[in-house]
Write a protein that binds this ligand. Structure first.
Ligand code: ATP
Ligand code: MG
Ligand code: MG
Ligand code: MG
Length: 561
């Protein structure tokens, strides 16, 4: 590929809706463009990365003998009515009607569709187990599409489904997928953890999530240093943890935990003076915000905490600006951003869905403020009291927390769909039985963003080689220098013939400009043909290293091999 021909409009400015680094870099680097909220176009570079991720996923699916199919996105309502999910799935489902008023959905997932597909055709135990997968667009009307491809409304998913006559056979397939998912993440080349997960709306028994580690991840992963147990926070159980996290995420030694109820108790427990704790809460705020968000089912009363509420309102209804100082009389409980948040007001605990309360004015209790609609969370607390019951279920040690981005999830769904949709096979004795099923999702487009979230620096993306849009960029420093051009072209052709994915920067722009684009795009290796060519040398620089090295062109043949 020639840079002069590449359609990759890069941007200097940070796009206004970059709520996370990956979306900024993917947009600025010319990988994707937003079409509507949660809906994106993949430009040539972005599509290359997507296809590489798909290739890795496909290879691993084929390895465990799953067969690729392609099911329709448009699915008739009847199938979902049979399974009961037409109602149960909720407002995330995008529904539509045809001209005859028949209802359809744009598939958010395909359990119903595949059960319908195999029903009456996959008949005998002799045909089992069966494993099918597809890579297809999915549609979910997320309540808050955000973080670009990480939570979009149209996204690409690999979804696989398996059918079995026994639970043992399902266990085996589950295990295959588990290992395949680990191999996918290893091939991509990212840090990840597989965690014990909740089954959510899908139903069934076992489930694991595959999480790429990233500080900005929406998932909280509790893990055990001792035995490698890891679970989503919803799943983890037992024990008590009191953690104090300062900027460096300093771990405190966990001791016998007292009954911490007030900030004084916390201070005593942490052997810190109360001022330093309050200060750290105040100062942690990115925007001068004060916010006490405490995860879990624990009461904490933070008294005499002062701070600002800014550019937001905590009232239902009309937004209004509150920019005055306040005293926080009461603490707030709940994971940051979402799900059953509990707040304490008047010594009673109220549970509010999809809400977090950002602060309170003395003698007033603002409840039911909806996150992002009414206020923004600009600060995290330093004190986090994880709810009662978070000890490792395997070895009884306290669990620690990391943030992650869920890129894949596998489920044993058992007979939920085969029973409700009457999908039966005939067993050895001629009896009709519902299948055992497994389902296995992988977010292809989310993976692209998650990788960037984990692997970037101040100059741009740091693609791992296996999914980089190009492995090598050959840079011609001076487009006026015939020798440089000839040498660069020679290297380019040679690499191309060797099957390396290479781009030559033949644009008539400054070298600095070229380097900026190439680094922003995250191309793992640069070969720079410049002034030192006079001494028979070219420079080779790895994207993630500070400095390049000069190589003699006499050695080029061997280097390029
Ligand atoms: P989340 O918890 O982030 O909402 P999910 O558990 O609802 O995800 P699954 O139903 O398990 O998602 O779907 C399988 C995979 O599809 C997820 O692991 C994720 O990688 C991807 N995915 C789910 N929702 C989205 C989305 N809105 N945008 C992009 N990818 C998504
Ligand atoms: Mg979801
Ligand atoms: Mg999830
Ligand atoms: Mg999931």
């Amino acid at each position: 590929m020639r840079f002069s021909k590449l359609y990759a409009p890069t941007l200097k400015e940070v796009p206004s809706d970059s709520d996370i680094k990956s979306i900024e870099l993917l947009t600025r680097g010319g990988f994707i463009r937003k079409a509507a909220s949660g809906v994106y176009t993949y430009l040539p570079l972005g599509w290359k990365v997507i296809r590489k991720i798909e290739d890795i996923v496909r290879q691993e699916m084929e390895r465990i003998e799953s067969q690729e199919i392609l099911m329709p996105i448009v699915q008739p309502a009847e199938l979902w009515q049979q399974s009961g999910r037409w109602e149960d799935y909720g407002p995330e489902m995008m529904k539509l009607e045809d001209r005859h008023n028949r209802s359809f959905t744009l598939g958010p997932t395909h359990e119903e569709m595949i059960t319908y597909l195999i029903k009456n055709e996959l008949r005998s135990y002799k045909q089992l187990p069966l494993s099918l997968y597809q890579i297809n667009n999915k549609y979910r009307d997320e309540i808050r599409p955000r973080f670009g491809l990480i939570r979009s409304r149209e996204f690409i998913m690999k979804d696989a489904y398996t059918f079995h006559d026994t639970e043992k056979s399902l266990d085996e397939a589950y295990d295959d997928f588990y290992k395949a998912y680990e191999r996918i993440l290893e091939k991509i080349g990212v840090k990840y953890v597989a965690v014990d997960a909740d089954n959510g709306a899908i139903g069934g028994s076992d489930s694991h999530e595959f999480q790429m580690l990233a500080d900005t991840g929406e998932s909280s992963i509790l893990f055990c240093d001792e035995c490698n147990y890891a679970a989503t926070d919803e799943k983890a159980e037992s024990g008590e943890i009191y953690e104090f996290n300062d900027e460096k995420d300093k771990e405190l030694e966990l001791k016998d935990t007292p009954n911490v109820k007030t900030i004084e108790d916390v201070a005593n427990f942490l052997e810190k003076d109360i001022k330093s704790i309050i200060k750290s809460i105040l100062f942690k705020g990115r925007d001068g915000w004060v916010l006490a968000l405490i995860r879990g089912d624990y009461e904490i009363n933070i008294s005499k905490l002062r701070g600002y509420l800014k550019d937001q309102t905590l009232h239902m209804g009309e937004p209004q600006e509150i920019k005055k100082e306040f005293d926080v009389e009461t603490g707030f409980i709940g994971p940051i951003g979402i799900k059953n948040i509990k707040i304490i007001a008047d010594n009673s605990i109220k549970t509010i869905k999809n809400a977090v309360v950002g602060g309170m004015e003395k003698d007033k209790h603002y409840i039911n403020a909806v996150f992002e609609r009414d206020f923004k969370v600009e600060a995290y607390v330093d004190i986090r009291i994880v709810k009662k019951g978070e000890k490792c279920p395997k070895c009884d040690k306290y669990l620690k927390e990391k943030r992650g981005i869920e890129v894949g999830q596998i489920f044993k769904i058992g007979q939920k769909y085969s029973k409700s949709m009457e999908a039966f096979y005939t067993d050895e004795s001629g009896k009709q039985k519902p299948f055992f099923m497994g389902c296995y999702g992988w977010g292809i487009s989310r993976t692209m963003s998650a990788v960037v979230e984990q692997l970037h620096d101040k100059n741009g993306i740091l693609w791992p080689k296996n999914i980089a849009p190009f492995e090598v960029a050959v840079v011609i420093v001076s487009m006026k220098d015939k020798e440089q051009i000839n040498m660069a072209e020679k290297i380019y052709t040679k690499l191309k013939n060797n099957g390396v994915e290479v781009i030559i920067d033949d644009r008539n722009v400054s070298t600095g400009f070229k380097f900026k684009d190439i680094d922003l795009m995250g191309i793992p290796l640069k070969i720079v043909v410049g002034k030192s060519l006079k001494d028979g040398k070219i420079e080779i620089k790895l994207r993630n290293e500070e400095k390049g090295e000069l190589y003699s062109i006499d050695n080029m043949e061997s280097i390029l091999e």
